[in-house]
Write a protein that binds this ligand. Structure first.
Ligand SMILES: [Zn+2]
Length: 355
């Protein structure tokens, strides 16, 4: 109960890539780069285990960016001639690659990371991939000529990789869709359908979608200022997500202006509740984390509540991310003691002994 997990990414060590950056340059190349990626994946795997995280990730140590890490493995994309495009409804400009032909996977995308984790951990393991809507919002198109067609083409490739990851022994596959609170009407029109294509045929794995208001970078903070005192964007998409075939929804909660009662609209789903703020370097106390869980329990049954981070921790300092992992586990442990079935038994047992 209250199994802990993280949204996905963790900071890259200075010997792997530039630090404190969203798009860091690698410190090595070729076979040496493959070796340091493996070292960093193992390091974070063991740090998560030691901190007490229950469902661990590869920390996204092998990808430069959460979207382009996938795109690098796709044929039909021109990375040489990037174009400037306003993304997330023109919240910020990014230099993006261009789709120039039919899309096809060059090979396996995350098998290396999945097997490192499977061979070195008895914990449940999770791999994250960008969702179709977020991908098409982060790439220019000169071939398909239709956003939905393009999204469905990417969804097919995600499905191919997801099925292979299931065979590798991955327990949870999560799709990151920060675009879901930007294009709310598209989410219900085709965004969830695209995710259904991405998870088609999966039998054993849990499937998750992470939606959020983005990292704590300036463009996001400025955008958040424009959203008013209460962020109710999710109200438009949660009922559709509740009806979807996905098992889990990951969202931000602590220090968020999203009204917590909106989680009620996710009835029947596992909710990965953000109890760790990734936009601040302040380390949460176990009591604070417990407090967020306690409040979320008003809207999410305990068997469906998974304490998580608000978003990825890639742009943070390593020691801060590590301290936040420990805070996450400590707060969940408090909640288990307070609400867990074993806690209740122990409490009554103690009472009996006292008599
Ligand atoms: Zn996020």
């Amino acid at each position: 109960m209250f199994e802990t997990t993280i949204a996905g990414s963790l900071p890259k060590p200075g010997w792997l890539a530039e630090t404190d950056k969203l798009w860091p340059a690698w410190r090595a190349e070729g076979a040496e780069l493959a070796r340091v990626k493996r070292d960093a994946t193992l390091l974070w795997l063991k740090e998560q285990e030691a901190a007490g995280i229950d469902i661990v990730t590869d920390g996204e140590q092998s990808r430069q960016h959460f979207v382009h890490g996938f795109l690098e493995y796709v044929e039909g994309i021109d990375f040489e001639h990037k174009v400037k495009m306003g993304i997330r409804n023109n919240r910020y400009d990014a230099m993006v690659p261009v789709v120039v032909g039919p899309l096809r996977l060059k090979g396996r995308v995350h098998q290396t990371e999945a097997l490192i984790m499977r061979n070195h951990s008895k914990k449940k393991i999770k791999i994250t991939m960008p969702g179709p809507m977020t991908i098409v919002d982060t790439i220019a198109d000169r071939h398909y000529g239709d956003k939905v067609k393009l999204a469905m083409a990417f969804a097919g490739l995600l499905n191919q990789e997801a099925r292979a990851l299931e065979k590798d022994g991955v327990d949870t596959i999560q799709f990151d869709e920060p675009a879901f609170n930007v294009y709310m009407s598209d989410v219900t029109k085709w965004g969830i359908d695209a995710l259904h294509v991405a998870i088609k045929g999966l039998r054993k794995v849990k499937t998750a979608v992470h939606i959020c208001y983005g990292y704590g970078i300036k463009a996001n903070l400025d955008w958040k200022e424009t959203l008013g005192g209460e962020w109710r964007q999710y109200e438009q998409i949660f009922p559709a997500l509740a009806k979807s075939k996905l098992d889990q929804i990951s969202l931000e909660c602590i220090h968020s202006k999203v009204p917590a009662e909106l989680m009620r609209l996710l009835k029947g789903k596992d909710v990965l509740v953000g109890v760790i703020d990734v936009a601040s370097d302040r380390i949460e106390t176990a009591e604070e984390v417990f407090g967020v869980i306690k409040n979320a329990l008003k809207y999410v049954p305990k068997k469906h509540l998974f304490p998580c981070t608000n978003c990825g921790m890639a742009p943070m300092k390593r020691e801060i991310a590590l301290a936040k992992l420990r805070a996450l586990a400590a707060g969940a442990a408090l909640a288990r003691r307070k609400y867990g079935a074993s806690g209740e038994k122990k409490a009554s047992g103690k009472g009996n002994r006292r008599r």
